[in-house]
Design a protein around this ligand. Sequence first.
Ligand code: C2E
Ligand code: CA
Ligand code: CA
Ligand code: CA
Length: 278
Amino acid sequence: AKAKGKNTFHFYSKELDAAANERLYIENELRIGIKEKQFHLHYQPQVDCRTNRIVGYEALIRWTHPDEGNIPPVKFIPIAEATGLIVEIGAWVLEEACQFANRMLKLGRAANISINLSARQFKDAQLIETLADILKRTQLPAEYLHLELTESMLMGDVKAAINQLHQIKELGVALSIDDFGTGYSSLSYLKRFPVDILKVDRSFVKDIPEDLNDMEITAAIIAMAQKLNLKVVAEGVETKAQMEFLQRNNCYIVQGYYYSAPVAEQDLSLVEDKLAGD
Ligand code: C2E
Ligand code: CA
Ligand code: CA
Ligand code: CA
């Protein structure tokens, strides 16, 4: 038993070492990646399912590492967040995505751009200045910029969060609550947060039309959003049945593989053509 205990300990400590080493490796590589511009953005169309028209995009970061290839955001965003590197990376994302939106605007195409904000960025005292700076430099009218926040970022110091939200709104920027329904619920706060859009989390959408509970929850979220005068966007829509369910329940803006995966800017016109042809 003793030997086994020792082995177990050894096993876990090895695992921990491996995890800690990987974190350290990614942290170092992130610093290099920033300097060497290894990041780029993909854009996932948000589509009005009544007209098949693109109405906006979500910007999603991509990292092409010289040795590792593509490292997914779930692997490096939490480390960027923990180390604070997300503030620099996030500012780059904001600038790049606003430039993109301004190009689309000038081409007369849909130009709403949704950008994920991390908790660290949201709490950053410099955020308002950074946003104002980027809007000024890129010349993007603020109304085209939508920032996505999660419920958990707004809990904790609710008063400070509301204050920060108001300051962002004063710039003319729109606010979305991402992954709605997955956080520990802020239903009672929802009315106090000056937000514009709710994004129904993929976890509620993915088992439609098999899971009746998820259908009830999704319909309830949509109805509640409408009562509160919020727009609603469904994410993770992969099938026609899901799209039709959402449309029947008055959710018209949808995002997901059913329409398009996130793609590079130059591939968006292909997606547009495909949607127009359907
Ligand atoms: P998220 O904000 O919830 O983004 C949606 C994720 O779902 C994206 O994964 C997207 O590629 C994926 N997705 C879109 N449609 C579908 C679908 O129909 N089915 C399925 N199964 N998945 C779909 P991605 O790009 O790997 O990003 C993962 C997470 O990383 C994001 O979740 C977001 O939390 C974070 N993230 C991505 N880019 C950024 C960024 O620039 N800044 C920050 N702070 N976080 C980011
Ligand atoms: Ca998002
Ligand atoms: Ca989401
Ligand atoms: Ca998510």
